[in-house]
Design a protein around this ligand. Structure first.
Ligand code: PLP
Length: 283
């Protein structure tokens, strides 16, 4: 069945959706995006994603396509039209279409595109098994706090992981892990959860914020600091967080098995708490 997608003010069948070849998202990766998960037909942490979208737009001096209230309505309508019970809403805003020039165009309307993906997220076989991680060098640009559509290197990172028989890659800069290709990275040692502090080096994960809040509320110890791959290989357990995978246990790092090589108790508990708590306030 064809999906209904949203393009610049209209809900249309995916085959009929069109964006200009002069769109700066296409020509310059001059665009930002958000991915919001849907559980039981409701949006998880929409307010967090809307706030980060506003921040990304501001940092790039890009016009907002509409108000965040209107965006919420579009998200909800798309979920309804596509009968999404469990899955994702992908949203992208670009600086719009203009004759190709490195200088930002003036007075051009931003492009707004949204589509849904129905998929099983809670009972994911990957989460039951846990992820095998390899480390690769982080050669991305220096404003990783802005959620841009420049995803070629993360995509190459996933391919490097696949070629190595692993599931994902963690990125390492100056000897320390920054984050995963599409997630934030954590290790657990002696019951203490360790994850890199927020800066321009990493994306300020919406799931990260929620999970750290739930961990602290559950009296778990959290330390926000950089860690090395050697520390990760020696950790009791590890995990990642993202809107599309929630809390994903990590079972090995660069071939070193963590704990008994199965998802660890802290990751499993945080996944449960996150799923329970975030669904209670879903919209
Ligand atoms: N870090 C990177 C590089 C990402 O691409 C993502 C998600 O796409 C995250 C972290 C996790 O962010 P969130 O929890 O908001 O999905």
């Amino acid at each position: 069945m064809s999906r209904t997608v949203y393009v610049n003010g209209s809900f249309v069948p995916e085959e009929a959706a069109k964006v200009s070849v002069f769109d700066r998202g296409f020509l310059f990766a001059d665009g930002v995006y958000e991915v919001t998960s849907v559980l039981g037909g409701k949006l998880i942490d929409f307010a967090g994603h809307a706030k980060r979208l506003e921040r990304s737009l501001n940092e790039l001096d890009m016009a907002a396509p509409c108000t965040m209230d209107e965006l919420l309505k579009i998200h909800r309508e798309l979920v309804r039209l596509n009968e999404v019970d469990e899955g994702l809403v992908y949203l992208q805003v670009t600086r719009g279409a203009a004759d190709r020039d490195f200088v930002f165009p003036e007075g051009v309307a931003p492009t707004l595109v949204l589509f849904t993906q129905s998929k099983t997220l809670i009972d994911s076989p990957a989460a039951k098994k846990g992820a095998k991680i390899i480390s690769i060098e982080d050669i991305r640009w220096g404003r990783r706090d802005i959620k841009t559509v420049q995803l070629l290197y993360p995509s190459m990172g996933k391919m490097m992981a696949k070629a190595a028989g692993a599931d994902d890659a963690w990125l390492v800069e100056d000897g320390f892990v920054t984050e995963g290709t599409s997630n934030n990275a954590y290790i657990v040692k002696n019951g203490r959860i360790i994850t890199r502090q927020l800066s321009t080096d990493i994306l300020h994960g919406i799931t990260r914020a929620a999970v750290l809040r739930f961990a602290r509320e559950a009296q778990m110890e959290v330390e926000e600091r950089p860690f090395t791959i050697e520390e990760a290989m020696d950790a009791d357990e590890a995990f990642t967080t993202s809107a599309s995978a929630f809390v994903m246990p990590v079972v090995s790092v660069d071939g070193a098995e963590l704990g008994d090589g199965t998802p660890g108790p802290v990751a499993k508990r945080l996944r449960e708490i996150y799923l329970d708590e975030s669904q209670k306030v879903a919209v």
